[in-house]
Write a protein that binds this ligand. Structure first.
Ligand code: TTP
Ligand code: CA
Length: 326
């Protein structure tokens, strides 16, 4: 059995701003672009969230909800520095650390667990070290798989510690909304709702066949996650296995022309990075992040490994096209 932690900073950008500027502490702080430039909220302090302010919300809406909110511009260099420091704390606990973004990571702590030091205690130690050294809080989920650990870390934010003891995964997951599962975006959730599947427990109760008939290959995989079964390993260095490029739009768009153009530009960047390393890739993966920050991926394995911008763009465009259909 494995023991996995998922650790995630609370209100990351906003908390760093409150840390660096004491005048912002205890106040509704929003990090993001200006309302005049149609900016959106990147991160909102928990004080701001009480007014209903959320990430990815237009800044204008945020100020309508809370006129006294204080907006600050993002300082990415600073967040990167805090990120490097937290990852290095994580690596003191185990060499098996897989960062997911600047502010989250999985840790496989299986080898550190002893009868005196159960996984939940390691989670508590991790939180204490981050707080002592960085003066910031993280929320931690402790479980036997990545999927359950990630869901657990999100349940009791901020400053949370949620432990899912081995064997209680199903019970823990059952009452939660099915959207909490990795890979279940708004589209899939709507299709499930039409079948009266709303909670993870509802999905876990379906047969493998039921899932396959409705969702193809993805169906049985989704069902296993709903049952708390997820064998994905914590991968320390993904960078050697893939090359990627991504960007965040300053304004949302659903214009196909603009999106295809973007895919072309990102494909050129990937092709250059592959070229520098004299590599080619067998699988092309497209990651999409919607206005509400829901993120999902589509991938295709190509017959011959690709390396040129055109080849990559061709595959990526094929993946994008069905997503743009209403
Ligand atoms: P999250 O972990 O999603 O958000 P958070 O850390 O602000 O809040 P929470 O306590 O709920 O974890 O994202 C981490 C950082 O990524 C966030 O601080 C800012 C950035 N981000 C954006 O720029 N835009 C977004 O829409 C979201 C969700 C995050
Ligand atoms: Ca976070």
């Amino acid at each position: 059995m494995r023991h996995i932690l998922h650790a995630d900073f609370d209100a990351f950008y906003a908390s760093v701003e409150q840390l660096d500027n004491p005048n912002l502490r205890g106040k509704p702080v929003i990090v993001g672009g200006s309302p005049e430039d149609r900016g959106v909220v990147a991160s909102a302090s928990y004080e701001a969230r009480r007014f209903g302010i959320r990430s990815a919300m237009p800044m204008r809406t945020a100020f309508q909800r809370c006129p006294q909110a204080i907006r600050v511009r993002a300082r990415f260099d600073r967040y990167g520095e805090v990120s490097r420091r937290v990852m290095s704390i994580f690596r003191d606990f185990t060499t098996l650390v897989e960062p997911l973004s600047l502010d989250e990571a999985y840790l496989d702590v299986t080898d550190s667990v002893t009868p005196e030091r159960p996984p939940g205690r390691i989670g508590r130690e991790l939180k204490a070290r981050v707080k002592a050294e960085l003066k910031l809080t993280i929320s931690v989920g402790v479980a036997t798989s990545k999927s359950v650990a990630k869901i657990a870390s999100d349940i009791d934010k901020p400053d949370g510690l949620t432990i899912v003891p081995p064997g209680s995964e199903c019970e823990f997951l059952a009452p939660l909304a099915v959207e909490k599962l990795w890979g279940v975006g708004p589209k899939t959730a709507a299709r499930l709702a039409a079948e009266a599947v709303h909670t993870i427990g509802d999905l876990a109760a379906q047969s493998e066949e039921w899932c396959r008939v409705r969702f193809g290959k993805m169906g049985p995989e989704m069902r296993l996650l709903a049952l708390g079964r997820d064998d994905r390993a914590v991968v320390v260095d993904r960078s050697r296995k893939s090359v990627s490029a991504e960007t965040t739009l300053s304004e949302d768009t659903d214009d196909p022309e603009a999106l295809y153009e973007l895919v072309n530009r990102l494909s050129q960047r990937v092709a250059r990075a592959l070229g520098r390393r004299e590599l080619r890739g067998r699988t092309v993966k497209l990651k999409l992040r919607l206005a509400d920050f829901a993120t999902f991926t589509r991938q295709a394995t190509v017959g011959e490994p690709v390396g040129s911008a055109d080849e990559i763009a061709m595959a990526a465009t094929t993946l994008l096209r069905p997503e743009l259909e209403p």
